[in-house]
Design a protein around this ligand. Structure first.
Ligand code: ZN
Length: 94
């Protein structure tokens, strides 16, 4: 039964530390928008922004999953665009 009490105490501490960290360093802990994620995947962020985003992905599983899904989607889209471009080049060339 002591374990139950300890776990809830730990969770309260984690919540407090998380809150303090969020106030101190909100830039790295705020969830990025879809656009910012897309920019990260497209390599459009400068080094500082990129570091902030990647450190957030390290801490935030939600954003990490979103980043994984978005990067997969964007890569598939690019492949599709390349395929379509190739097809149209072939069509006009012949
Ligand atoms: Zn996040």
């Amino acid at each position: 039964m002591n374990n139950v009490v300890n776990i809830s105490d730990n969770e309260r501490l984690v919540a407090l530390f998380g809150l303090a960290a969020a106030q101190k360093n909100s830039q790295s802990l705020a969830c990025p928008s879809d656009e910012q994620l897309a920019e990260l995947i497209d390599n459009q962020l400068d080094h500082k922004q990129r570091t902030i985003m990647l450190s957030h992905l390290n801490q935030c599983n939600d954003c990490y999953q979103l980043w994984l899904e978005t990067s997969t989607l964007l890569l598939e889209e690019k492949d599709l665009i390349e395929l379509v471009t190739l097809e149209s080049v072939r069509a006009t060339g012949s």
